[in-house]
Design a protein around this ligand. Structure first.
Ligand SMILES: Cc1cc2nc3c(=O)[nH]c(=O)nc-3n(C[C@H](O)[C@H](O)[C@H](O)COP(=O)(O)OP(=O)(O)OC[C@H]3O[C@@H](n4cnc5c(N)ncnc54)[C@H](O)[C@@H]3O)c2cc1C
Length: 485
């Protein structure tokens, strides 16, 4: 009998899971992807501003790990992979933009000279840092928050002005709540070996591994036309491979049957039932928790405890004649500065394909993100007011002499999971509970990393787990074009 595998959730994790399933086992199984929203992609989405398409969710893939870029290549996007023209971000501190000091590891400094000359920290905060070399060891029992550990070693200034803006940029969370083990795992491991955080951070950065001045390979990659194309192209390839792709298909219930699983879709009044041999849940923590309530109650409770930050991305188009010189790729603003904007990106400076499209129209395109975990007051405003607040904030930091000609706001409720202290242990417990249920796997941003690359990796692991459950023998594949060899 042919197995029917259902992937619930058509964000990048679910799409990657379906892609790996189709490539490796497509001739032995049938695959269905069920997505609740009217379109696939989840946090990968795009929209046009002044006729130029821009990503309104994720806009870059980490290129220092292989998974996202490999997926892009395998779905046929290799020729469209681009790298940011600059990733030199700045910090908005005490009302002005200052360069981001070199050698930071998620805000923890490794180069004190670069830190001292950047002008981010005042003399008191700078003088506090070397105490790290003489202070007794800070014991780490289990996990600890990034903020607590770094404050103990280096002082509050480093947390407020360096760590918080960087963590805010990735997780929309606060250093005092996020787990060191989950968000900066390399530093966590080294911090257990070293008394000094500076020594631990230097070792974690691998200082000395690369000759000074040697070329760095790019840290990020994008796609011409936007990273959303990773999702849309994967959908196209999956359709070509015969995968059933359904949008507007919310899964409300998941129960085990004698031969596998039964999923309930649609409204309570007119439910649709679907049978499956195996299921991959690639949904955010909250729906995953609800769907596992009867089959893996322990995992369900743990999933329910994972909280999310709500954010909004604001895109703004200015007349080029109203914008002075912009230096770098954008800026991050620490929460203690009290502004609305958490991060801003100069889209045309960062991505050449956006720059040339905007230049042709005499425009400069900016993107700002607002909203942090437990600090989403700004999102209570109307879109118009949010855009006004964002413009006012940007005008304090940047040479803008007039209002934007077009703006739009994209709200992301449940945008980013918060990896709270103890997250790694929680994920281990969820995964081992799920692994005990035959024909079930979970993946997605809630677990081992919020970035696209981490999501793709978690999808791969979920497919491996299911293949074991279903006893699927491997097939040879051509991973470059996705055909069966
Ligand atoms: C504003 C923003 C900017 C970001 N920028 C970057 C970046 O530049 N680079 C980067 O690497 N990462 C970035 N991220 C993080 C990254 O985009 C996400 O973590 C990742 O895309 C999550 O993918 P996912 O598939 O796990 O989850 P999602 O994208 O959330 O997909 C889950 C899907 O499941 C569907 N679903 C939910 N419940 C059900 C149900 N019951 N039945 C069926 N379907 C259901 C949802 O509709 C959704 O489409 C950003 C995130 C945000 C919000």
């Amino acid at each position: 009998m042919t197995h029917h595998v259902v992937v619930v959730g058509g964000g990048i994790s679910g799409l990657a899971a379906a892609w790996h399933l189709a490539n490796r086992y497509g001739e032995q199984i049938t695959i269905t992807v069920l997505e609740a929203a009217p379109q696939f992609g989840g946090k990968l989405a795009s929209r046009s501003i002044c006729g130029i398409p821009v990503d309104v969710g994720a806009e870059a893939m980490l290129a220092t790990r292989p998974e996202a870029v490999s997926l892009a290549c395998s779905v046929g996007l290799e020729a469209d992979i681009v790298h940011p023209a600059t990733t030199a971000s700045r910090l908005f501190i005490r009302g002005r933009l200052v360069p981001m000091p070199g050698g930071l590891m998620m805000g923890a400094p490794t180069d004190l000279h670069a830190l001292a000359t950047a002008g981010v920290l005042g003399p008191r905060a700078l003088l506090r840092i070397p105490l790290d070399f003489v202070l007794p060891r800070t014991p780490i029992e289990g996990d600890v928050s990034v903020g607590e550990y770094i404050e103990k070693r280096l002082g509050r200034g480093v947390v407020d002005l360096l760590v918080d803006p960087l963590l805010g940029g990735v997780y929309s969370g606060r250093a005092d709540q996020l787990s060191l083990e989950a968000t900066v795992p390399m530093l966590f491991r080294r911090a257990k070996e070293h008394r000094s955080l500076l020594a631990a951070a230097r070792q974690a950065m691998g200082t000395g591994g690369r000759a000074v001045g040697a070329p760095r390979s790019p840290i990020f990659a994008g796609l011409t036309g936007g990273v959303t194309r990773l999702a849309s192209t994967t959908v196209d390839r999956l359709l070509e491979l015969g995968v059933t792709m359904r949008t507007g298909a919310t899964v409300r219930e998941l129960v085990r049957t004698a031969s596998g699983w039964r999923l309930t879709l649609g409204s309570a009044a007119a439910p649709e039932l679907l049978n499956a041999s195996a299921v991959i849940l690639a949904t955010p923590a909250s729906p995953t928790s609800r769907l596992l309530a009867s089959t893996a109650p322990g995992a369900s409770i743990e999933l329910d405890a994972i909280e999310y930050a709500n954010v909004a991305v604001v895109n703004l188009a200015y007349r080029a004649s109203d914008v002075g010189a912009l230096v770098g790729s954008g800026f991050l603003a620490p929460p203690i500065e009290g502004g609305t904007v958490k991060a801003a990106t100069y889209l045309g400076t960062k991505w050449a394909w956006i720059g040339s499209a905007a230049d042709k129209q005499g425009l400069v395109l900016l993107r700002a993100s607002v909203g942090r975990y437990r600090d989403a007051e700004v999102l209570a405003h109307t879109d118009e007011d949010i855009a006004d607040l964002v413009h006012a904030d940007l005008a304090r930091a940047l040479p803008l002499s007039a209002r934007p000609v077009e703006t739009f706001v994209t709200r992301w409720g449940g945008a980013l999971p918060q990896y709270a202290v103890g997250h790694v242990g929680r994920v281990d417990r969820i995964k081992s509970a799920v692994a005990q249920v035959p024909g079930l796997a979970v993946c997605g941003a809630a677990f081992d990393g919020v970035g696209i690359a981490a999501c793709v990796s978690s999808a791969q692991a979920a497919v491996d787990q299911l293949a074991g459950h279903l006893n699927l023998p491997g097939t040879s594949i051509n991973s470059e074009n996705g055909t069966h060899g």
